[in-house]
Design a protein around this ligand. Structure first.
Ligand code: 2RA
Length: 340
């Protein structure tokens, strides 16, 4: 017997990727249910070769559903995750609502899969922010090898991280510029087409944004509380794929060649690092992939034991949907143990 699994937020960018990845990876499901708010009732979504009619969250009874992959806002998750969990259904939540809750494990399977065991406290598991997920996949093997002391990261985040409407805005603004139409800004604070915006999520009192804060606190929770992280998060006019320029200071020396070898063997990582024109990965090349790509590995001689790397991944996949499905796979195989 397989699982009954629900995808809540099935019509959104991440929800649709969750359904695709469940089908691609042949998740052992007897039944997959697509759920969304009343607004999307009757909409159809793809699950592999099949089409699923979206059901309404308000009227769905979660009793008998084993796992719910949630791709909704934090406010929706605050209201619904505890209700769903109380029905005996384990919630794997993609919002920021539960990530820093001490009773909720925050998981990137390549880094801290064993921590999934803590799910029983609330029946909720949190998926990290997209920019954190790909960063910790690359940092973990390097941390194991040479002990990371401090990380300085600058992100180049695609508009898909802000949702479908944000993708449409990049498209319509780009078109408007070519046909000399008026520009409409609804999803971003400034023009996104042919521009970059150093602002993702709300501002905090100390001047950093929440996206930047998330990269710091989530890395500490997932990887090691001793690691210092400072981030600058920037939105760029790219549809899918987040990129990160990461500067790392280690406890012990590590050469670029050692780092390259370690990353080549590391789970989830794919090194593309030729010192020649085009010998690195850009976001367009990672779309639809599972891997976290690492390029431009080089020593930073301006600090003790310093290294620079360039990390690119599909933010809707490793940054969200793939990570959630990987968690569900481990949960099923090691904890729920229902699959045939
Ligand atoms: C973004 N980090 O890219 C967000 C999505 N989770 O806006």
């Amino acid at each position: 017997m397989g699982y009954k699994i629900a995808v809540l937020g099935a019509t959104g960018n991440v929800g649709q990727e969750m359904l695709s990845i469940l089908a691609e990876r042949a998740f052992p499901a007897d039944e997959v249910v697509a759920l969304a708010s009343r607004r999307s009732q009757g909409t159809e979504v793809s699950y592999g070769d099949r089409t699923l009619k979206v059901k309404t969250l308000d009227t769905y009874d979660f009793k008998g559903t084993d796992i719910c992959l949630m791709a909704t806002t934090g406010a929706m998750s605050a209201e619904w995750a505890p209700k769903i969990a109380a029905k005996g259904c384990v919630v794997i939540d993609n919002s920021s609502r539960w990530r820093m809750d001490a009773d909720v494990p925050l998981i990137v399977p390549e880094v801290n899969a064993a921590a999934i065991a803590g799910y029983t406290k609330k029946n909720i598991i949190a998926n990290p922010n997209c920019s954190t997920a790909q960063m910790v996949v690359a940092l973990k093997p390097l941390h194991d090898a040479a002990g990371i002391r401090r990380v300085v990261v600058s992100t180049y985040q695609s508009v898909s991280g802000a949702g479908k409407e944000a993708m449409d805005e990049l498209f319509t603004q780009t078109r408007a510029i070519f046909v000399n139409d008026a520009l409409v800004n609804e999803n971003f604070t400034k023009q996104i087409a042919f521009n970059v915006i150093p602002h993702i999520d709300d501002f905090m009192e100390d001047g950093q944004t929440k996206e930047e804060w998330k990269m710091t606190v989530e890395t500490k929770k997932i990887l090691d509380p001793k690691i210092k992280v400072t981030a600058t998060c920037v939105r760029v006019p790219v549809f899918v794929g987040h990129s990160e320029a990461i500067n790392i200071e280690f406890e012990r020396p590590i050469s670029d060649e050692e780092a390259r070898e370690i990353l080549r063997e590391a789970p989830g990582c794919l090194v593309v690092d030729k010192h020649e024109d085009g010998g690195y990965v850009t976001p367009i090349e990672c779309v639809g992939d599972y891997a976290t790509y690492i390029s431009r590995i080089r020593v930073d001689p301006t600090v003790e034991n310093g290294l620079n790397i360039w990390v690119v991944s599909d933010n809707l996949r490793k940054g969200a949907a793939l990570n959630a499905v990987q968690i569900a796979e481990i949960l099923g195989a090691r904890y729920l143990k229902k699959a045939a």
